[in-house]
Design a protein. Structure first.
Length: 259
């Protein structure tokens, strides 16, 4: 295994036991993610994308195969992982800063150190001046920025994101893509992003993993060789269109396409 491989899956499967018998969610998966990489996973609804993310987080056990983080088997919730969900999941009665610090309370981190780290993250996420605001006083995009700060507070090596911008309008989503690119480049984290948006996956990623219909398998992995830092104007370039056409062809060939 290369020294810079952070996450590795070898023959990883997921089978759910139901009253009607076993249901295969994921066929054997093989992939590796290098330290500092930005990887996106796209695929049709129900193909097991979120299941994969939860297994990497240690929130769901694998059925068979080997799944490792930093060379160690993933068994149970992982301390070195931060998670951002589709909903910001902020507590309405806590300020932005106190929502971020919830991570410190749960992990019993030294509070002074956590406050200093939270302040740095707030600055990085462009939330300075909003520390004392409550979630209902923020836009959807700002709520998700606070959620990203909370996920990064304990300085995990991996940031897992499950459709984090799916509920946002198109213009806010594009702005958040720029923000996430900036935060990723500054924080140097390894990111695994689940998304239904092909343009979003291409814009953000070093590589895009394309999954098939359920039971999910890896249909293809594409290297995205567009230069960084990327701009929204690049989405209109011929090079971007070539990548999008390759990825989209998988879904057209199956007669499905998620928007």
């Amino acid at each position: 295994m290369p020294n810079d491989t952070l996450i590795e899956a070898r023959g990883v499967t997921k089978i759910y036991q139901t009253k009607d018998g076993p249901v295969e969610s994921l066929k054997p998966l093989d992939f590796s993610i290098r330290e500092g990489e930005f990887i996106s996973v796209v695929g049709p609804s129900g193909c097991g994308k979120s299941t994969l993310l939860k297994m990497v987080a240690g929130l769901l056990p694998i059925t068979a195969g080997a799944l490792t983080l930093a060379g160690k088997p993933i068994k149970g919730p992982q301390r070195d992982v931060g998670i951002v969900f589709q909903s910001a999941v902020l507590l309405a009665w806590r300020s932005v800063l106190d929502n971020i610090l919830l991570q410190a309370e749960m992990r019993r981190m030294p509070m002074q150190q956590a406050r200093e780290k939270a302040g740095q993250l707030v600055d990085m996420a462009g939330l300075s001046g909003f520390e004392d605001k409550y979630p209902w006083q923020l836009s959807g995009g700002m709520q998700q920025r606070a959620s990203i700060c909370r996920a990064l507070l304990h300085d995990p090596s991996v940031l897992l994101m499950d459709e984090p911008f799916g509920a946002l309008d198109a213009m806010t989503r594009e702005k958040m893509n720029l923000e996430l690119q900036r935060i990723w480049s500054q924080s140097k984290k390894t990111v695994l992003l689940i998304t239904h948006s092909i343009p979003e996956a291409i814009f953000l990623s070093d590589r895009v993993i394309v999954m098939s219909e359920r039971p999910g398998s890896i249909a293809a992995v594409y290297d995205i060789d567009l230069p960084r830092a990327r701009t929204l104007d690049m989405m209109g370039s011929p090079e971007f269109a070539v990548h999008a056409k390759k990825v989209r062809a998988h879904f057209y060939s199956q007669g499905i396409l998620d928007h």
